[in-house]
Write a protein that binds this ligand. Structure first.
Ligand code: GTR
Length: 357
């Protein structure tokens, strides 16, 4: 709650600063008011290498991230920030606010849209609500495996999608790994679609994810990530769905021990900038930022591969029941109508994705 109030007041103060600065022609951006440093944040600061001496006016930008400080996406964000700072000799500093300090994903995306927050790393699911075509890239069972997904994302199709969100006032910078998502719940092992019946399943704030859960016979409850643990604990919801690292680091495995490897979606993570923030920078600086984001993907994917294994081991050791399906065909069939519903206009594009080798 306190975090929310804090995030809201920062947003209000910042908006005020943005409006007050309107009419000024200078490119310079004043550092935004800082939230009170929490313990983690203080640790972060200590761990950072000393910043290179800035030459001239320093530009301070903010990046919002929902995950904890040592989560693979946060490490990717920090690598991005480090590269930008290094390549501008400290002239552009990007502060990474992890752990939803700037708010939950949907609220942060809204603020990025009107320039109150400069960058964020989010899941494609909530972002697709702002740019519907993005739903294509999170269709259930779209990719054959992780390699296939990376060929698509790092090729011309992925580039086109990064560009496509400019219409919604975002600049797509790069993709990060988010693995495959699986269902988990506190009631019973899910071994078939029939076992999903009647379960209250939390989903991200995404229409596609709601319909996916409905298509499997369960009842979807959209909810911000930060509220899911208590939702599971109090029985407001019976389950949710996520990849291994999120199931682990959110501690959801403690309160929902049945985890079924149905791999219904591979939802890419995406790093985006506010178009308003980017437009204030010179073309050269915009290029540095875009390249740094692309270059940060390597570290994020390495960290992801490590974390997936660690998290799987941790939740297995903790006694969670992991259900491996002989085949997910039944799940695939049940969710197939979503292709028409969410991507009916993009049949050729879907074929191109499927044909990517
Ligand atoms: C995670 C993702 C987060 C958030 C979360 C959720 O896998 O990395 O950005 O979207 O899922 O389920 O809300």
């Amino acid at each position: 709650m306190l975090k929310r109030v804090l995030a809201l007041s920062i947003a209000v103060v910042f908006m005020f600063a943005v409006f007050a600065a309107c009419g000024q022609t200078a490119q310079k951006q004043e550092p935004a008011p800082q939230p009170k440093a929490d313990e983690n944040k203080t640790e972060d600061k200590k761990a950072e290498a000393p910043a290179p001496k800035p030459s001239g006016e320093q530009i301070v930008l903010r990046l919002g991230e929902t995950h904890p400080a040592d989560y693979p996406t946060t490490l990717g964000d920090k690598e991005f920030a480090r590269l930008v700072e290094e390549r501008t000799n400290g002239r552009i500093k990007i502060e990474v606010y992890h752990g939803a300090q700037l708010g939950e994903e949907k609220a942060v995306i809204e603020q990025v849209q009107f320039g109150a927050i400069d960058f964020t790393r989010v899941s494609l699911s909530p972002l697709a609500e702002f740019s519907k075509k993005m739903n294509v890239l999170q269709l259930p069972y779209l990719y054959r495996n992780a390699d296939h997904m990376w060929k698509v994302l790092n090729g011309p199709i992925g580039d086109e999608f990064l560009k496509s969100i400019e219409d919604a006032n975002f600049v797509g910078l790069t993709w990060y790994d988010g693995g495959a998502r699986n269902f988990y719940n506190s009631k019973r092992p899910i071994k078939s679609v029939a076992d999903m019946k009647g379960l209250k399943i939390r989903v991200q704030e995404s229409k596609l994810m709601m319909e996916l859960v409905k298509a499997l016979g369960a009842s979807p409850t959209p909810m911000p990530y930060g509220e899911v643990y208590s939702g599971l604990q109090t029985g407001v919801i019976d389950g949710a769905e996520n990849n291994w690292p999120s199931y682990d680091t959110s501690s959801h495995y403690e309160v929902a021990k049945y985890y079924t490897l149905d791999e219904h979606t591979r939802v890419p993570e995406i790093l985006i900038a506010s178009k308003m923030s980017m437009d204030k920078l010179s073309k050269e600086d915009q290029e540095i930022i875009k390249q740094a984001a692309r270059d940060s993907q390597k570290l994020q994917r390495e960290e992801w591969a490590k974390k997936e294994k660690e998290s799987e081991k941790k939740v297995r050791d903790a006694g969670c029941e992991i259900i491996e399906l002989e085949s997910n065909e039944e799940f695939q069939k049940a969710v197939a109508p979503l292709y028409d519903e969410f991507a009916g206009d993009y049949k050729d594009l879907i074929q191109k994705i499927k044909d990517t080798k």
